[in-house]
Design a protein around this ligand. Structure first.
Ligand SMILES: [Zn+2]
Length: 502
């Protein structure tokens, strides 16, 4: 197993010869400007960017606007009431008949600085991955190249400010080399993706002409675990379900009343266990109904997608996996039902000898294309009823609790259907060809497992979306010590250059 890991690193570390002309120009430009590129990246990463931090969000947006203006890109900040601005930019190509929009987001996940090895908004260079003993080093003096395995640590280094830097640097490179673009180009950099893009659809709907485009390239997320490039043609959406079940009106002594007063923790455990079988399949009635089947092209792409590296199973410490013989890439094209967490009374040293009064669980249901979010929630509620629960949607009073043996308060949230761009479309095939001409065989997923605001783009604009990530898979996105591997930035610049000139 060790040997396999070493081979992967050697393979990924070898610089590919570059034959795509735009990517070639990007490589030359990058080699000559590494310091300026990283400097610009460092200034952008130095501004805190949590979506709720309005003054700093504004500073981020204004800096990105300045970065565009420095390049002569017509740019403006677009917002609707209560939203963080979307930084918009446009490059017109004379005679072009189509428009490609490059999307990225400049806000980052909330954080606790105490968990970070170095301050999240003081970008810090390390000789490698922190978990593998990467040491803090200063930025190299100008004239000295960056080691591609070095990593820059800061919030949003990977998710998702790297994409913004890669796109803008790629523009510099193709212009300097005089490589012509073939499409009109637009840029939309969002400031509240990590807050769930609450205003994106409204912002786009209110500015349809400005944001209209044939294709939105969603530049966000990590590449494949093998470091091969990845393309995702859709994303899953989420319905969140909170369930609370009830026992006695207050906690009772388990010695005096055990064997007599029903225990809500056990009721909840049984209820949740009734939702899935031992191989992870959801057994809620009609749960899989309506799902749009995969096309032959999509099935072929999944067949070609690599299976999970055993090293990853070891890294996660997993004694088993679900869904065999299907691969992870295929399993994420199915909906899932996951327990985000559960709670009832107290545990461990805090535990007391009680029968709890309530038990609560929060579930997330990941939807795929074709599923109706509202119907899915109803089917889960119907399942809960079938297990003998009286289901309410507001806090049940004593009367209600006494009138039924089992009462569950169920709240469902989320009404966004999932979307998937067919891989067979000419534009999809073109993006695949472009990416593969730069970076070799790509892992092509019908949809990614996580969420991205694709529906918020497709619904108001009627545009297609394809996800093009550049960050390393081990970038600690959404948690502490987020980082970007330098080679991923270099590769990302080349990839963006090739996509810009399509
Ligand atoms: Zn992101």
């Amino acid at each position: 197993m060790k040997r396999a890991v070493v081979l992967v690193i050697v393979w990924a570390g070898a610089a590919r010869a570059q034959s795509n002309p735009a990517a070639q120009a990007a490589r030359q430009w990058r080699i000559a400007h590494e310091h300026a590129i990283v400097d610009e990246f460092v200034s952008l990463l130095s501004i805190p960017n949590i979506a709720t931090d309005r003054p700093n969000i504004q500073r981020n947006a204004e800096l990105i606007q300045k970065m565009m203006e420095k390049r002569g890109i017509a740019s403006q900040l677009i917002s609707v009431s209560g939203s963080n601005p979307v930084v918009f930019g446009e490059i017109k190509t004379p005679g072009a008949t189509r428009t490609i929009v490059f999307y990225a987001h400049y806000d980052g996940q909330p954080l606790d600085p105490k968990e970070w090895a170095t301050p999240p908004f003081e970008p810090t260079l390390r000789t490698g991955q922190l978990e593998k003993d990467g040491q803090v080093i200063p930025l190299p003096p100008s004239g000295r190249p960056f080691d591609p395995e070095w990593r820059l640590y800061a919030r949003s280094a990977g998710d998702d400010k790297a994409s913004i830097i890669a796109i803008l640097t790629a523009i510099d490179a193709i212009r300097a080399a005089g490589v012509k673009t073939n499409s009109n180009l637009k840029f939309a950099f969002e400031g509240e993706e990590e807050a769930g893009s609450p205003n994106l659809e409204r912002t786009l709907a209110a500015n349809r002409d400005l944001f209209r485009g044939d294709l939105w390239l969603m530049c966000d997320g990590p590449v494949h675990q093998t470091r091969r490039p990845l393309l995702a043609f859709g994303a899953r959406t989420v319905v969140q379900v909170n369930i609370t079940v009830y026992g006695p009106s207050h906690e009772l002594h388990s010695g005096h009343y055990g064997n007599w007063a029903p225990n809500p923790a056990l009721m909840l455990a049984k209820l949740l266990a009734s939702m899935k079988d031992d191989n992870g399949r959801v057994v809620v009635d009609r749960f899989y109904e309506g799902i749009e089947p995969l096309s032959e092209t999509e099935k072929r792409a999944l067949g070609e997608a690599p299976d999970v590296d055993p090293a990853l199973i070891e890294e996660f410490g997993l004694g088993s996996t679900e869904g065999a013989p299907r691969k992870l890439a295929e399993l994420i094209t199915l909906p899932s039902l996951n327990i985000r967490g559960m709670a009832s009374s107290r545990t461990g040293t805090q535990a007391s000898n009680v029968i709890p009064a309530t038990a609560t669980a929060t579930l997330d249901i990941r939807l795929v294309k074709g599923m109706d979010p509202r119907k899915t929630a109803e089917r889960v509620i119907e399942h809960i009823r079938k297990q003998g629960f009286f289901v309410v949607n507001t806090l049940p009073d004593r009367q209600t609790r006494m009138a039924h043996a089992k009462v569950a308060l169920v709240e469902a949230k989320g009404d966004e259907p999932a979307t998937r761009t067919p891989m067979d479309l000419a534009i999809s095939q073109e993006v695949i060809r472009t990416v593969e001409s730069v970076r070799g065989p790509a892992v092509k997923l019908p949809n990614m497992g996580g969420g991205l605001p694709l529906t918020s783009v497709e619904r108001p604009l009627g545009a297609r979306t394809i996800v093009v990530p550049i960050a390393n898979h081990d970038d600690n996105q959404h948690t502490f010590n987020e980082n970007l591997r330098i080679q991923n930035l270099w590769d990302g610049i080349e990839l963006m250059a090739a996509l810009l000139v399509r």
